[in-house]
Design a protein around this ligand. Structure first.
Ligand code: ADP
Length: 986
């Protein structure tokens, strides 16, 4: 078959390979190669890679363009796919005749070298963007605006690199030469790898080389399969791994999206003297899986190629190590035993810390809170495990070894933060990630399609799927889900009951569906035994159980075979089998079942669970799980940081007590006891909320009464949501009396939005809801809609929201009388959102403030917005800082607003506005009866433009300030113009 036919025939597969992961990276890599091999010319590239369009539409256009170019182009396209795609994806495709992506003759100019060498340059630049920008700035090739344009936080590192290359090409030959010269001097490509190779060549003994190979192969073996699938079929990580959303925040709170290879790289550096990188994320967000992927790729030499030895640790397993160990013993006993010449191998590690990496998974599960009080720096002296671990993290021991630590955020207090090199936030799956994950789960695309469709039809379930572990359960239980007679799951508890049912069904000899009635009662004995193990484990921070422990809890082979417990995937030198729950959230779920179903629980179990700042003291658990608890734990009690496990358990307890599950519990828990427990939960929740509300400070005079959510507020809200009882939500919210509710940097994702809306819809008075710097996304926006009528303002800065989210928001917003202000700074908005805002402007004549800064709106979008604005009589504040509306957009807005009698404040800072735009704005300045402030900093306005503004100001004394810092004016011009008009600020 010809290459052209192959492209046509495999179109769906090729598109899936390019877009299936939800990231634009595969498409960009293919484009790089096609540009380099001259299959595409620059104009093709510009027409294909349109930022405003979705990746799949770009990808379709690429296939069309290449197909049109004929047989050779199609062959080279397939060759590019072959080079870019991972092995497992390649197996599905047929590449036909071999085409070599030939090296072209040396390019004649530097700008053409940017194309022919593009794939290499992208790689080289990844770790050198800052340096390259510095050089381009100091040589005058780039302006600050160019730099800002490249570094927009909405772009991933690779996208920033490509923008840089495109911008340099646009600037011309001098800029291109400057960049190439800089890269030539820094030679970043594989600099580290070269050092590594040379170091190894001269210093590693044959035994060290052998050790490295052994470590590499055991890390590969250990990380090849995903452990959660242990009992339910083996899934290779390659087949199932889906990129999660990774972000870093710089010192000033701006976020940048990262890729896996950036986790240990220089992007997002907070403290260059520290060696510990933190990957933080909620339970189930995919931290362990991400580390596992890093391990696997390292073992295959596909990532972290500058690291010679990688030692993976699990904090939950370190909990069960009670011996004092030296660093040497820790490495060799817990990771990989050197078969020969231990001392020599260890000396190599000591001598080359920069070639070594340690990973610690689950710091939140480590039973000791971090402290930096005890110093220890001797690698051969045995000390207790906490001392060893904490000194490694601080860098007192083995300074220079990079450490990557994964933890839930609650477990990382200020004392540890001081030692962090950077903090990477893992935010679960993007909407595209969910689709991609679901498709990977099923060999039958029709089944995947049905599951995706059913998720799209139930947004609360879809919002849960942003957390990978929930997504996994949902796909595992698709039969129960699609044939669900009990209604589609809404809450996390619903989802976990689904998995419980699924596992019992799987093991049941009865036909499908026979579990329906009384299934919980039928398995009560197993549930209680597992529940007790889970609860006592949580109380003692114990997540790994020996066979002996299971025997003590009378867990039989049959109980274990249900699949909720799996063997520990272990590299340490130990001869006994150990078990853990499939996931920490499942351990919490069993603990919650135990709290509800165990009749002999004491009455204080529930109240204690809802005050989870400190771990529950439990004599019983200390006796039963002796191996997990030792004296130092009790002594450390005062130093402990907040433990989130009990919060998750409390959330499940609330969910199990919801009315919806009353029938299920009926046979297992007497009605009176259930009622009593419900009352206890409602009382403790309401008390905790009241305490929260009481802590709200009185408003400062002239300011709104506002509440900044304290830790625990979101959790309480989630518990209320799990109960699915409107009256509880209503009663609780009746006591909240604030005008502004601030929940910034609170890890609010779609799941939290569902819960927030559920309670906030009951507020008696509207609030301003400030959710800046979270990960709300389009699905979260949709989840918030039920409470929009109770929000006079909505602040959603930096939340990954796209035009689609805006469509839904505006659709509802126009009907919400009290909704008046919206802030969307730094999201992913393009011109496509402005038609919705135009409609909002036309339909809502009491809307006051719209802030759309740092998005991707061009002159077209501004024109569309202006059309709506020309009908509006209420908008007072309009912010478009950092878009690209240019002169045309400025003129359209000026024209729409000049007869407007509401606008007070307009910001067009950093929008590529020149003197023509200023002239149009001068008309607005001269005619407006309300405008007070006009912000035009960081544009291209020159003297004639400013003079128009001065003349306009002379006609209108109402305008108080026009800001013009950073325009095309010399200091002398600024001085002179300022003298002419004091209301100008330069
Ligand atoms: P955490 O460590 O944050 O609690 P895990 O990494 O244990 O979360 O993830 C829980 C489960 O979710 C995994 O066992 C796997 O089934 C699924 N999962 C998590 N991340 C991914 C991913 N990137 N790709 C595919 N599945 C994932």
């Amino acid at each position: 078959m010809s290459s052209q036919q192959l492209v046509l025939k495999q179109r769906a597969l090729l598109l899936d390979a390019l877009c299936g992961g939800g990231s634009a990276e595969p498409l960009d890599c293919v484009l790089d190669l096609l540009l380099a091999s001259e299959v595409l010319i620059w104009e093709d590239y510009l027409s294909i890679r349109v930022a405003e369009k979705p990746v799949n539409s770009n990808a379709r256009h690429l296939l069309d363009v290449v197909y049109e170019k004929g047989e050779d182009a199609s062959g080279l396209l397939l060759a590019a796919f072959k080079q870019v795609l991972p092995e497992e994806q390649k197996s599905e495709l047929c590449f036909g005749k071999e085409y070599a992506l030939l090296e072209k003759n040396r390019p004649a100019t530097a700008t053409s070298a940017l194309l022919t060498d593009r794939p290499v340059l992208v790689k080289k630049l990844r770790d050198n963007i800052d340096g390259a920008l510095d050089v381009l700035m100091t040589t005058g090739c780039f302006t600050t605006k160019d730099c800002d344009g490249v570094q927009l936080p909405v772009y991933t590192r690779s996208q920033q690199v490509r923008r840089l290359l495109d911008q340099v090409r646009f600037k011309g030959e001098t800029a291109a030469r400057t960049l190439l010269k800089y890269l030539d001097q820094t030679k970043p490509e594989n600099k580290e790898h070269k050092i590594l190779e040379e170091t190894i060549r001269f210093t590693a003994s044959p035994d060290t080389l052998l050790y490295q190979k052994k470590l590499q192969s055991s890390v590969a073996a250990q990380s090849h399969f995903l452990s959660t699938y242990g009992g339910t079929g083996r899934f290779s990580l390659d087949d199932i791994y889906t990129d999660g959303l990774l972000e870093v925040m710089n010192g000033s709170g701006e976020t940048t999206t990262l890729e896996l290879e950036d986790v240990a790289g220089p992007v997002g550096l907070l403290n260059k003297d520290a060696d510990t990188v933190l990957v933080s994320g909620e339970a189930g967000s995919g931290k362990s899986t991400l580390l596992q992927r890093l391990h696997l790729l390292w073992a295959r030499e596909a990532l972290l190629t500058d690291i010679y030895l990688l030692f993976p640790f699990s904090c939950r397993k370190l909990n069960v190590e009670h011996r004092a160990l030296s660093l040497k013993e820790l490495l060799f006993l817990h990771c990989c035993w050197p078969d020969r010449n231990q001392d020599e191998v260890f000396q190599f590690i000591l001598d080359h810390p920069h070639l070594v990496l340690f990973t610690f998974d689950g710091l939140d599960e480590f039973k000791h809170g971090f402290t930096d009080e005890e110093r220890h720096c001797c690698p051969t002296q045995p000390v207790p495990i906490p001392t060893l671990l904490f000194n490694l993290l601080q860098g007192t021991l083995m300074k220079g070894v990079m450490k990557v630590v994964a933890s839930r955020p609650q477990a990382v207090g200020p004392s540890l933060k001081r030692y962090l090199r950077k903090e990477v936030h893992l935010k679960g799956f993007s909407p595209g990630g969910i689709d991609s994950f679901v498709k990977k789960q099923y060999s039958d695309p029709a089944m995947a399609g049905r599951v995706i469709e059913s998720l799209q039809g139930n947004t609360s379930l879809l919002s849960l799927c942003h957390i990978p572990v929930f997504c996994w359960i949902v796909t595992k239980c698709h039969q129960e889900l699609l044939g669900g007679e009990d209604g589609i799951p809404q809450t996390v508890t619903d989802v976990y009951l689904l998995v419980l049912q699924h596992f019992f069904q799987r093991k049941s000899s009865q036909p499908q569906g026979a579990l329906r009635k009384g299934w919980l009662e039928q398995h009560l004995d197993t549930v209680l035994k597992l529940g007790q193990l889970a609860m006592e484990g949580l109380e003692a921070s114990c997540y790994v159980f020996s066979g002996h422990e299971l025997q003590r809890h009378v867990l039989t082979e049959h109980d274990i075979n249900t699949g909720f417990l799996i063997y520990c995937n272990d590299m340490s030198v130990t001869d006994s089998k150990r078990y853990e729950f499939l996931h920490i959230t499942l351990q919490c779920f069993f603990a919650a079942l135990y709290v509800i179903l165990n009749h002999s629980n004491n009455r204080s179990a529930i109240p204690k669970l809802f005050q989870p700042q400190h771990r529950l003291p439990s004599g019983l658990s200390q006796k039963c799980l002796g191996h997990c608890v030792n004296r130092s734990v009790e002594e450390d009690e005062t130093k402990m940081v907040e433990k989130p496990d009990l919060q998750i358990t409390a959330q499940f307890v609330s969910g199990l007590l919801s009315l919806q599950h009353r029938n299920l519990l009926l046979d297992c828990c007497p009605a009176a006891l259930r009622e009593h427990k419900v009352k206890q939960v409602v009382k403790t929740l309401s008390k905790a909320m009241r305490r929260h509300f009481k802590s709200i400070p009185r408003p400062v005079e002239g300011e709104k009464k506002s509440m900044h959510a304290m830790p625990g507020f979101v959790w309480l809200i989630k518990c209320i949501y799990e109960m699915q009882d409107n009256s509880i939500a209503q009663d609780t919210m009746a006591k909240l009396d604030v005008e502004h509710l601030k929940l910034t940097y609170c890890n609010i994702g779609p799941v939290e939005c569902t819960a927030l809306a559920y309670v906030l819809k009951h507020l008696r008075n509207p609030v301003g809801l400030q959710l800046d710097n979270n990960c709300v996304g389009d699905v979260g926006v949709e989840q918030l809609l039920p409470c929009l009528h109770n929000c006079h303002s909505l602040y959603l800065r930096n939340n990954n929201i796209t035009d689609e989210g805006i469509r839904k928001l505006v659709e509802k917003g126009v009907h919400c009388e009290r909704f008046q202000k919206l802030a969307l700074f730094n999201n992913k908005l393009t011109d496509a959102c402005t038609q919705h805002f135009a409609w909002l402007m036309k339909s809502k004549q009491n809307f006051l403030s719209l802030r759309l800064g740092n998005n991707n709106i061009t002159s077209q979008g501004a024109e569309q917005l202006a059309e709506g604005l020309s009908y509006n009589r209420s908008l007072q504040f309009l912010g478009l800082w950092g878009n690209h509306i240019g002169d045309r957009g400025a003129a359209a807005l000026a024209n729409a607003l000049k007869n407007n009698t509401a606008i007070i404040w307009l910001s067009l800072v950093d929008n590529g506005v020149g003197s023509a735009g200023a002239r149009a704005l001068a008309e607005l300045v001269s005619q407006s009866k309300t405008l007070e402030q006009l912000w035009l900093n960081k544009n291209f306005i020159s003297r004639d433009g400013v003079e128009c503004l001065i003349n306009a100001l002379k006609m209108n004394s109402r305008v108080k300030e026009v800001w013009l810092k950073g325009n095309n004016l010399s200091p002398e011009e600024e001085e002179a113009l300022k003298k002419e008009e004091s209301r100008l600020t330069f």
